[in-house]
Ligand binder design. Structure first.
Ligand code: F6P
Length: 561
């Protein structure tokens, strides 16, 4: 790794976010607009919805229910410019090694560039041909499984596909397969095993037939403990039924590590590669998307890529003022850094997007959950908020109470599809009504006067009204953003994920962090190896703190019984 790669990590005009002119102007602006009332803002500016909404790549973004004015947005766009977002974006698309601590380019966007425009290069070497060669092989593999031409060791067609992987080698394919459930092949059941907890794999192995099951071992590094252990256990399970020579029909690998794949016993002919310039959490567009291609077909997978590419093109070309990823990122910066909000809730109003919050947790928190900038200097501004959530109407009956009346203000991203893929009457109307009502309720709230008037209309005693009114009052003025898709399709899902990826990128540039490394996951991995040795066979070293020593001793006693 060259020293110069570290030196070039923050090419913006201001050395830190906090020292930028725009940041300071935003701080003053935040103080001056602290009393902004959204109800009033909507009443006084009938054009607010039109002014603070945008559409691109099939996604409509309404950010008018955030605590911003057009002046706020102007200052935020200045911040993005001052922090060099546009230049950094061009550097990423241009294949520069912007992941400075790992000395790698960041080119997941190149995975979704169509063949005819695949012009990205790394170190001057075009990558498009290699990307499309893998994509073609992936498509052929997926189609042969779908058609039944790919058979198991007794000649039967595959019925169950088990993806063994974790983190980015799990969350993306699982979320996308679930989201595109209605486009999936009816014969094929997709399963995802990630947890080193044997209950995960064990529960599945009791349900699948070795004759008709295909395992995909998905790991960028092919060294991840959880994945390797599950892969070995799946292999042993298979060999209780089939023979070594049959493994090729039942095990394929997706990895960047050919050597380790071969050592595991998987024929390189059954391996689909990708590259070090694809981060794990950005890898669903690569061969890591094999389960998606199997589920929705090669054409469906290409539509998914095309949707993301449309968002890439928008992100590259649209001015920041009309740029969906930039807007979503800047709203997040405003809420996090100037209004002090430390988490954000993701509320998909679509059951098939149930895994989206979990997917975004990795995308956002593993990318931007950093305490030093890209040059290693301590940050003086807060970075990634906590990302959490669940499907909308389920959340309404669980934690939305806190969103409406809790002491913390938590912004919400509502995500809905206008069309449904089912014909059950009334459900879609009820779903959308709930979605829009929640964003309205968070924004409007209900004043104590309104509550009192309502209760008085119900002939309630003055004493009871006085007692109940505070409980039934909603502070309101709570921000939310609405993302609307026309329908949940491979293309719109691709665009949605790419939108969030670029949002994360823009925020990383503004905060000055490297969004593409994840050193914070290493320490626990190393300590786990030491403890594993002590649990399995090694001596009881008691080399840890008293708590960890005590826990290890209890586990050793239990495991040795
Ligand atoms: O531990 C974190 C991580 O490295 C993620 O970044 C990655 O997505 C996951 O582990 C899985 O890694 P691999 O695909 O190499 O098994």
């Amino acid at each position: 790794m060259s020293d110069s790669s570290f030196a070039s990590s923050t090419p913006s005009a201001s050395p830190t976010a906090a020292s930028s002119v725009a940041w300071q102007a935003l701080q003053q602006h935040a103080d001056a607009t602290r009393g902004l009332q959204l109800r009033q803002a909507f009443a006084e500016h009938p054009e607010r919805f039109d002014a603070l909404s945008e559409q691109a790549a099939g996604i409509f973004l309404d950010y008018s229910k955030n605590l911003v004015t057009e002046d706020t947005m102007r200052l935020l766009f200045s911040l993005a410019r001052e922090r060099g977002v546009e230049a950094r974006r061009d550097a990423m698309f241009g294949g520069e090694r912007i992941n400075n601590t790992e000395d790698r380019a960041v080119l997941h966007a190149a995975l979704r560039a169509p063949r005819e425009v695949a012009g990205a290069t790394v170190d001057g070497r075009p990558v498009g041909a290699e990307v499309h060669a893998v994509l073609d092989r992936l498509g052929q593999c997926a189609e042969s499984i779908r058609s039944g031409a790919w058979t198991g060791y007794t000649g039967k067609a595959i019925t169950d596909v088990v993806n063994i992987g974790i983190g980015g080698s799990y969350l993306g394919p699982k979320m996308v397969c679930q989201a595109l459930r209605t486009f999936a092949h009816p014969r094929l059941s997709m399963h995802f095993v990630s947890n080193v907890d044997g209950h995960d794999l064990d529960a599945l192995l009791t349900r699948v037939n070795p004759e008709t099951t295909l395992f995909i071992i998905a790991s960028k590094t092919f060294t991840t403990q959880e994945t390797m252990m599950n892969a070995q256990s799946a292999r042993s399970w298979f060999l209780q039924h089939g023979e070594e020579k049959d493994l090729a029909k039942h095990f394929v690998a997706v990895s960047t590590n050919t050597e380790a794949v071969t050592a595991f016993g998987i024929d390189p002919a059954n391996m689909f590669g990708f590259w070090d310039w694809v981060g794990g959490r950005y890898s669903v567009w690569s061969a890591i998307g094999l389960p998606v291609a199997i589920a929705v077909g090669a054409d469906g997978f290409r539509e998914f890529l095309a949707g993301a590419h449309a968002m890439d093109e928008h992100f590259r070309a649209a001015p920041l003022e009309r740029n969906l990823p930039a807007i979503l990122a800047l709203i997040g910066i405003w809420n996090r850094n100037f209004l002090g909000m430390s988490s954000i809730s993701i509320a998909p109003y679509h059951q098939d997007l149930a895994s989206l919050p979990g997917y975004l947790q990795q995308l956002e928190m593993e990318s931007n959950g950093k305490h030093v900038d890209a040059d290693g200097k301590p940050l003086t501004v807060a970075t990634c908020p906590v990302i959490w959530g669940d499907t909308g109407t389920n959340g309404q009956h669980a934690y939305f109470q806190l969103l409406h009346q809790g002491t913390d203000v938590i912004p919400v991203d509502f995500i809905a599809s206008l069309a449904a893929a089912h014909a059950l009457p009334g459900h879609q109307e009820a779903l959308l009504a709930n979605c829009f009502a929640q964003s309205e309720a968070l924004m409007r709230g209900k004043t104590e006067d309104e509550v009192r008037a309502e209760l008085a209309g119900q002939n309630m005693s003055a004493e009871r009204i006085a007692a109940l009114a505070p409980h039934r009052t909603f502070p309101g003025n709570r921000p939310s953003t609405m993302l609307l898709l026309d329908a949940l399709t491979p293309a719109s899902l691709g665009a949605l994920i790419a939108l969030y990826e670029h949002k994360v990128f823009v925020q990383g540039v503004i905060w000055g962090v490297n969004s593409f490394d994840q050193w914070g996951v290493e320490l626990g991995k190393v300590l786990a190896k030491t403890i594993m040795n002590e649990l399995v066979a090694g001596p009881n070293t008691k080399a840890h703190d008293a708590s960890t020593n005590g826990l290890i001793a209890r586990a050793r006693a239990a495991l040795s019984q």
